[in-house]
Design a protein around this ligand. Structure first.
Ligand SMILES: [Cu+2]
Length: 581
């Protein structure tokens, strides 16, 4: 990455002034960014892409001065952090207002957790333009068995197109970036393999949903970056054989899921979304947009290993190298085929076709009540469902839906979500995650809140419970309330759902006290997942899909947690300590 000259500030690093605070100065500015021969009008933090890594220790005060030298209102949001609501940095929530050009804002809050997090702009498409960076927090007491090496591996997607233009293109034609539309040739191949009737039924069903089975990603044409560098830069991380190396994986992409592996090494996952989990050894993992995973690897050989993150739509990859010496390289794997989704991913049967198409029948009953859904009704959501208890989903065991599903047809083409993984690979699933520390709140949910994830592809509208951001009523929670959120994904895309300010506990089949904390829940296509939530962080919190263009096309709502003293939850940041200067 080579930032072109621009007017602005260089990095300013202030040492901690009060004994127990850590202070940072951040300057946001417009920037011309050139990566791999592509130039864009982007934005940067302290002239860096990604921005500077902020490091804190649990228990200390964070003081972060942000000055906006760019031409646009901006913001920084601390993704996954417990903060007072007015310090969360989401314009329009809890009284926080965007930082205007030429103005400054000081965020300050006590650090109440440790682990791997990141921060990014929550204004328009600025996250795509370059405003994202790692945020690492050390535990208050030293780790008992710290790794020998500790590296941040931040994955992201870079484009030379302006995010407003991308969203506009998608509004005009939701398939604008879908270079993988299936062809009439594919149809005849299906017809030969599955029979003409089955192939036709499948086509008709997709047409009625106004979706496309190859719609794995809405936006393509990205250059994928590892710590801001394209694959050709061979970003390297040094080790000595037999050392334990921690990689803090952060998916700071706007739109891209990655399948991550290091050929020749097992990955021991030790944290998810910043929270420690029981170690689980895998060959690879799929990292959703905005998730973080800490992994430990122990390379034994005096050899290079390729860090390989292929985008889920197989349009490219991010890559780095673990090496004993700089300049070494290992083989770069070939990208694997992308999966074709089937009606089974939606839990739908469609007449005779279900007998012939390569469906996973074990999952049909999983979505039984969706099976009765009229395909033509996709996109028209049940507005009445919100806030009501839906008995059919109560205690829904989602563990079966969290694995790698799908199969391979006679021609070897993978079908179904997650089916690109090799049969002999151990792939992390949500069902593997178990909290390393016992959950403090193990109460059952007092009520269930249904969260239907939907979309209308004719207008590129994405919705929660059938409504876009501007129309959606807030989800109101009483302080201290224990609730179950049940996500019902009625679309063909996975949605990485993010709740600000709190963690949710994913009901993944683990015992209640071992349920993993998550701040991103990637709900696979057509699946229903549920999470538990203790509403103990007062305020008005953003709740949204972390795919940037889904959020900006409506897939956002607000969760309001009343304060314990009965006062309104929303704050006015004119009265907050930070204040505009
Ligand atoms: Cu989404």
């Amino acid at each position: 990455m080579r930032p072109l000259p621009f007017i602005g500030f260089l990095a300013v690093f202030a040492a901690a002034t009060p004994a127990l605070a850590r202070e940072y100065d951040l300057v946001i500015d417009d920037a011309r960014i050139e990566i791999a021969g592509r130039v864009t009008d982007g934005m940067m933090i302290n002239g860096q892409l990604p921005g500077p890594t902020l490091r804190f220790t649990e228990g200390l005060e964070a003081v972060i001065h942000v000055r906006n030298d760019s031409d646009a209102p901006t913001s920084l949001h601390w993704h996954g952090l417990f903060v007072p609501a007015e310090m969360d940095g989401s314009p329009g929530f809890s009284g926080f207002q965007a930082i205007q050009p030429g103005r400054s804002f000081t965020y300050h809050f006590t650090i109440r957790q440790h682990g791997t997090y990141w921060y990014h702009s929550h204004s328009g498409g600025q996250e795509q333009m370059g405003l994202y960076a790692p945020l690492i927090i050390e535990p208050a007491t030293a780790e008992t068995n710290p790794p020998d090496r500790d590296y941040v591996v931040l994955l992201s997607d870079f484009t030379s197109e302006h995010p407003d233009r991308i969203l506009n293109n998608l509004k005009v034609d939701s398939g604008y970036y879908n270079n993988y539309h299936r062809t009439i040739g594919d149809f005849f191949r299906d017809a030969r393999t599955f029979g003409f009737g089955a192939a036709l039924q499948d086509r008709l069903a997709w047409g009625q949903m106004r979706m496309d089975p190859t719609d794995i990603a809405d936006v393509t044409n990205y250059t994928f970056l590892l710590n801001g560098h394209p694959a050709t830069d061979n970003t390297s991380f040094l080790f000595r054989p037999n050392e334990r190396v921690r990689l803090r994986l952060i998916n700071g992409s706007a739109m891209t899921y990655f399948d991550f592996r290091i050929p020749g090494l097992k990955l021991t996952v030790v944290a998810a979304d910043g929270r420690d989990v029981e170690p689980v050894e895998v060959d690879e993992l799929r990292i959703a947009v905005a998730e973080t995973y800490d992994i430990i690897v122990e390379p034994r050989e005096d050899a290079a290993y390729t860090i390989f993150a292929e985008s889920m739509d197989r349009s490219g990859y991010a890559r780095g190298t673990l090496a004993p010496r700089l300049g070494m390289e290992a083989a770069i794997p070939k990208m694997r085929p992308r999966a074709i989704l089937t009606m089974a991913d939606m839990g739908m049967s469609h007449g005779d076709a279900s007998a012939d198409m390569p469906m996973d029948h074990s999952r049909m009953d999983h979505g039984a009540d969706h099976g009765a859904m009229d395909h033509s009704q996709m996109g028209q959501m049940d507005h009445s469902a919100m806030g009501q208890s839906a008995d059919s989903h109560q205690g829904h065991d989602i563990s079966s839906g969290l694995g790698a599903n799908g199969g391979v047809d006679g021609s070897g083409r993978p079908y179904g979500w997650g089916s690109e993984f090799p049969a002999d690979a151990r792939v992390l699933t949500y069902a593997d995650l178990a909290s390393a520390t016992p959950q403090r709140d193990t109460r059952p949910a007092e009520r269930e809140i249904i969260v239907r994830l939907g979309g209308n592809m004719e207008r590129y509208n994405w919705t929660i419970n059938g409504q876009s951001m501007e129309d959606a009523p807030p989800i109101n929670l009483a302080f201290g309330e224990r609730a179950r959120l049940t996500f019902i994904n009625e679309t063909m895309m996975a949605h990485p759902m993010h709740l600000h300010g709190m963690f949710v506990q994913l009901e993944n089949g683990m015992p209640t006290e071992r349920l993993p904390d998550k701040h991103i829940v990637s709900v696979a296509p057509g699946q229903t997942y549920s999470v538990l939530l203790t509403a103990d962080q007062p305020g008005e919190w953003a709740f949204h899909c972390h795919l940037l263009y889904h959020m900006n096309a409506g897939m956002m709502s607000r969760v309001v947690v009343a304060r314990s003293d009965g006062q309104p939850a929303a704050y006015d940041n004119a009265n907050a300590h930070g204040g505009h200067q």
